[in-house]
Design a protein around this ligand. Structure first.
Ligand code: NAP
Length: 502
């Protein structure tokens, strides 16, 4: 029996009621847009104690966003205050927290509410939380993020390590690393930021590399005061810069799908950056054997310099096991460390799981997703009426800031909400339309460098096909500008039955 029943819809309000899951960039954006649309009967259920999603969790040393700060914002809320081209994690967190406050989203957020299940009954969703709460609403929108379940590797002896050890998204910030020997497992964007920040600052740093990464050089140039003033006071200046950055990112991103000029320019920059590693033996160990851009590019102007600093070693012998005081590699060497950080990435394919979702006629998400995570346009799931996803399966990437992508998706969801409200229906994508869309996207993705470049990465789904839609943002915006109702089924909604969940 549920401990409490809460209706997202107020009894005297005829509008839609909505449960949003997650208070990260997408959930906050949904809050802003729902309010703008006149929908006030919504709650944002957040399992953490604060908002911010990825920018709350990833507070490791050096955490920053390698997408230009002025384009890593909501298009309608420029931030003239960024002090350099790339923003640090705490500043990004502050920006999104500030947006939530300024746009009136904070009162809608319920913290410590981990959603465990959602059931579609009597044309309404019943959303249950781990503490026994039940929220009833017309619509559920999952904004849970894609890189949010930390992956810990199966390495023998992991539990035996005597010192502090943690996944990078759970970094113990109370830890004083001065004089300590730090081991970092992994060489993705996270590990490289940590190494760039801590090389020379700790008692020793061992980077355990299984696969080398291509590194695209970027310079974190400061933004002078007069430019900041211009962004603040000259109308349209910051916004023009936002769209200029978007165009630049999109042009570079086209390298993934075969634009030869973009590809040649990108590859040359990466090989030139690698050539700055002075020791040929180290350079050889840092040289990938797959195509540039196959894995998500590491963007750093300081990583190669950092690994050449005294006290830093790049360990390329495979890890065999972990002991009380370090990592033993297959050649039998014990690499002693005092602190161990797992920069081993995230399960990018969990999406809504481990929540239990049951849609129309008792059909479960696991049934619908038996083969692949099927979501029409990454947003709407067959047999799950009025349930939508932001940044869902096969969402676009690689050619835009994720913020631009989720804005386009949220705008599309709002069009669906308009239809639900105006026609008083529940709306669900046709399975054949969803499959046709997915086949098309996967076909395009297969031809991208993520599929042909000869690497392993979190981009790949369980069949080895990239789970990223290579559609550039400008085309995505056009595609999502209209809702093709022929691709949906509509079912009339039954009248609201207050108290139905008890
Ligand atoms: P990641 O790119 O998935 O990298 C994980 C690393 O851990 C890889 O080097 C992987 O090696 C290694 N690894 C995994 N299991 C291992 C094992 N058992 N033994 C040894 N090594 C192991 O993870 P991430 O660096 O956390 O980045 C994930 C994503 O987050 C990025 O791709 C990016 O999209 C995002 N991110 C963005 C920013 C930003 O500035 N915007 C910053 C950080 C992260 P293999 O390569 O051999 O699998």
């Amino acid at each position: 029996m549920a401990k409490k029943v809460q209706h997202a819809r107020a009894a005297n309000d005829a509008g839609l009621s909505v449960v949003v899951i997650g208070a990260g960039i997408s959930g906050i954006l949904l809050g802003i847009k729902l309010r703008e649309r006149g929908i006030h009967d919504f709650v944002i259920l957040e399992k953490g104690a604060t908002l911010g999603g990825t920018w709350r969790d990833n507070m490791y040393p050096g955490a920053a966003c390698d997408v230009a700060a002025h384009s890593y914002v909501y298009s309608f809320a420029p931030n003239p205050a960024w002090k350099s081209r790339y923003a640090k994690a705490p500043d990004i967190w502050r920006y999104y927290n500030d947006c939530a406050r300024r746009y009136g989203v904070l009162p809608h957020i319920r913290y410590g509410q981990e959603v465990v299940s959602a059931d579609f009954r009597d044309d309404r969703w019943e959303v249950r939380t781990a503490d026994g709460g039940v929220f009833v609403a017309d619509v559920v929108i999952a904004a849970c993020g894609r890189l949010h379940h930390p992956m810990m590797p199966e390495i023998t002896g992991r539990d035996r390590f005597a010192g502090p050890s943690f996944h990078t998204s759970r970094w113990d910030r109370s830890l004083d690393l001065r004089g300590k020997r730090l081991g970092v497992i992994g060489t993705g964007s996270t590990a490289t930021q940590i190494v760039a920040a801590l090389a020379g600052e700790v008692g020793g740093l061992s980077l355990f590399q299984r696969t080398p990464q291509w590194v695209f050089p970027v310079a974190d140039t400061p933004i002078p005061w007069w430019k900041r003033l211009a962004y603040r006071f000259l109308p349209g200046h910051a916004s023009r810069y936002y769209y200029q950055l978007q165009r630049e990112t999109e042009t570079r991103g086209r390298a993934a799908t075969g634009d030869r000029d973009a590809r040649a320019a990108r590859d040359r920059q990466c090989t030139d950056a690698l050539a700055t590693v002075r020791d040929p033996e180290l350079r050889a160990r840092l040289t990938p054997d797959y195509e540039v851009g196959c894995k998500r590019l590491v963007m750093s102007g300081t990583f190669y310099e950092a690994v050449q600093k005294p006290g830093v070693q790049v360990v390329t012998d495979a890890i065999d096991h972990i002991t009380e005081n370090g990592i033993v590699t297959r050649d039998g060497t014990l690499h002693e460390v005092d602190v161990l950080a797992y920069a081993t990435g995230f399960d990018a394919h969990a999406y809504l799981r481990p929540m239990r979702i049951t849609g129309e006629d008792g059909i479960t998400l696991d049934q619908v997703w038996r083969d692949l995570p099927l979501a029409y346009r990454s947003i709407a799931i067959p047999h799950m009426p009025n349930l939508f996803l932001v940044n869902g399966p096969y969402s676009p990437g690689g050619s835009a800031s994720v913020v631009g992508i989720v804005e386009a998706q949220v705008d599309y969801i709002l069009k669906l909400l308009d239809r639900i409200e105006q026609a008083d229906v529940a709306i669900v994508p046709r399975e054949d339309a969803a499959r046709a869309w997915l086949d098309d996207v996967r076909e395009q993705a297969r031809g991208s460098v993520w599929g042909t470049g000869g690497c392993q990465s979190w981009y790949l789904d369980k069949t080895g096909t990239p789970s990223i839609d290579p559609t550039p943002l400008s085309e995505l915006v056009t595609q999502l500008a209209t809702v093709n109702l022929a691709d949906y089924r509509e079912r009339p909604r039954a009248p609201v039955r207050l108290g139905a969940a008890a």
